[in-house]
Design a protein around this ligand. Structure first.
Ligand SMILES: Cc1cc2nc3c(=O)[nH]c(=O)nc-3n(C[C@H](O)[C@H](O)[C@H](O)COP(=O)(O)OP(=O)(O)OC[C@H]3O[C@@H](n4cnc5c(N)ncnc54)[C@H](O)[C@@H]3O)c2cc1C
Length: 492
């Protein structure tokens, strides 16, 4: 009998528990909830260490917020697309090297303004007039100055405030930094780019922590072949049950019982929870016993942002050969930009990216209306723009499997929120991007968080079974991938 069937009665009585105990004694078992990068990384580590691993995934695909779509005939990442930190210290570097994947670097180490260098922009106003590059550079410098000045505001104020509040204080103190007319619109565009980094509006972003992230060196690189090969490689041979939406997690008797939609139960020695923070915030999974108050507070004290993409495939390229085509406007909400995938991958694809409240508003439109809206923006810049052959629209904010795109620090976030989020509860362990030690909101952060949760889970189980000394905790597979093959980077 399959161990999970033993629990179809929904009861963990002494008899059943002891039978399960006997079945599992030889090989420790773990259920991983969620088959995003964090879940598959956790599962991979455990599988390579000879644990019995079952991954339960609500969607009909693996990858989660990594979703490389191939319907255009070329890879288009509708979720994560950049590797933040193109360097050997990036935990994903061994995998990327081993799989021979190429990176297109959109910015180097000195890029202050997020994942693009200033020279790769071409900006237009709402009437389609190109913004002189000199204005872009000058306002970019002013924006850096404003951000530096917000550092002083932070030092003076013990209490946290939003980045937009701090910018207002700086502009009141330094009227010479205020911009007028077109320059004001360009400044709003830089704020829009900042908001895209956090996937939240500037009035939601914490002044205390916005620049405190430990960013890896090497700049930012687009995954030319998409992120999907990494997921596929990690997921190879793992028992992943798609269309298994977890509704309840019960822990006790040194066992965890996980219930999926439809009532089927799965049982293991421990579970690793890697569902997005948005799912935990929405209480879509019942915990038995209930999560302690400190865990519930940690879940609510961290923010989840939203970002959406509208990808357009054309049959010819009618736009200039730059990486970003931006639209400046009087407010950051009304600004926008397209990522030119043609420059990075050679395919005639533009990807419009929207973040924060605007990303939620975009989800209120049908796919067709979203594509029309975006095309109108493009036609303002290029009146001769042709219609797209195909389009794709993401809906990360309302997708019941994600409910947001990634976590960010809310104003006034308690300092120990990450420690509390990642803290295990008996035989329940927590992975996912939001519990990453240093790089929340990223793929490599989610990966490391999954590996770390797996290591903690392994140690916990082996300690309980008195086997800690007998089994090595190191996964051989990753050591094998530590080769001297260099990262393949275009646009150095
Ligand atoms: C639009 C967008 C752009 C991004 N850009 C970048 C980028 O360029 N670079 C970067 O580094 N990061 C980027 N990110 C962030 C990155 O994608 C995430 O940090 C990372 O993929 C999260 O991985 P995860 O495993 O923690 O979560 P997920 O990938 O969300 O995995 C969690 C899994 O749990 C599943 N699940 C949910 N509920 C249940 C349930 N009840 N039962 C079972 N399974 C469930 C989900 O379906 C999902 O597969 C972006 C994200 C988005 C959305």
């Amino acid at each position: 009998m399959d161990p999970e069937d033993l629990f179809s009665t929904n009861l963990i009585d002494g008899t059943i528990a002891s039978r399960i105990e006997r079945q599992h004694r030889s090989r420790p078992s773990v259920i991983v909830i969620g088959a995003g990068i964090s879940g598959v990384a956790a599962a991979r580590s455990l599988y390579d260490a000879s644990f019995k691993v079952t991954v339960l995934e609500s969607r009909d695909r693996v990858g989660g917020r990594i979703h490389t779509d191939y319907s255009f005939g070329c890879p288009v990442d509708m979720g994560a697309s950049w590797l933040h930190g193109v360097c050997n210290e990036n935990p994903l570097a061994p995998l990327i090297r081993g799989l021979g994947l190429t990176l297109y670097r959109t910015s180097g180490d000195n890029s202050v303004l997020y994942d693009h260098d200033l020279e790769s922009y071409m900006l237009f106003n709402i009437n389609g007039h190109q913004v002189p590059q000199q204005t872009v550079i000058e306002v970019g410098d002013t924006f850096k100055r404003i951000l530096e000045e917000t550092g002083k505001v932070r030092d003076e104020n013990p209490d946290d405030m939003s980045v937009s509040q701090a910018i207002s204080i700086v502009l009141d103190r330094h009227p010479e930094l205020r911009q007028q007319g077109l320059a004001h619109e360009v400044l709003q565009w830089f704020i829009c780019r900042m908001e895209a980094w956090f996937a939240a509006d500037a009035d939601m972003i914490s002044l205390k922590t916005w620049d405190q992230e430990h960013v890896l060196t090497g700049g930012h690189g687009l995954m030319v072949q998409g992120y999907d090969p990494i997921i596929k490689s990690l997921a190879k041979d793992i028992d992943i049950r798609l269309n298994h939406r977890v509704t309840k997690i019960s822990s006790g008797y040194n066992k965890v019982m996980v219930t999926v939609e439809g009532g089927r139960n799965f049982v293991a020695d421990a579970a690793i929870i890697t569902v997005p923070l948005g799912i935990l915030k929405a209480n879509l999974i019942e915990f038995e016993p209930k999560l302690p108050d400190w865990k519930v507070s940690a879940i609510s004290d961290l923010g989840v942002g939203n970002e959406n993409k509208v990808a357009l495939r054309f049959d010819k390229v009618f736009w200039p050969n730059v990486e970003l085509l931006g639209i400046v406007a009087p407010t950051s909400y009304a600004c926008g930009y397209f990522l030119n995938l043609h420059k990075a991958t050679g395919h005639p694809v533009l990807v419009y990216m929207a973040a924060g409240r605007f990303a939620y508003d975009l989800e209120k439109l049908s796919d067709e209306s979203a594509a029309e809206f975006v095309m109108q923006q493009l036609k303002n810049m290029f009146p001769d723009a042709c219609e797209p052959v195909q389009y794709l629209v993401s809906r990360w904010g309302t997708d019941p499997n994600s409910l947001g795109c990634y976590s960010y620090d809310l104003v006034g976030k308690p300092t120990d929120v990450y420690d509390k989020l990642r803290a295990p509860l008996g035989n329940l362990f927590f992975g996912g991007e939001a519990v990453s030690l240093d790089n929340q909101g990223s793929v490599h952060g989610a990966y490391s968080a999954g590996v770390m949760a797996a290591e903690n889970c392994q140690t916990h189980i082996l300690e309980k079974q008195g086997q800690l000394e007998k089994i090595p905790l190191v996964s051989l597979r990753h050591e094998m991938l530590e080769t001297s093959i260099p990262l393949q980077i275009s646009r150095m």
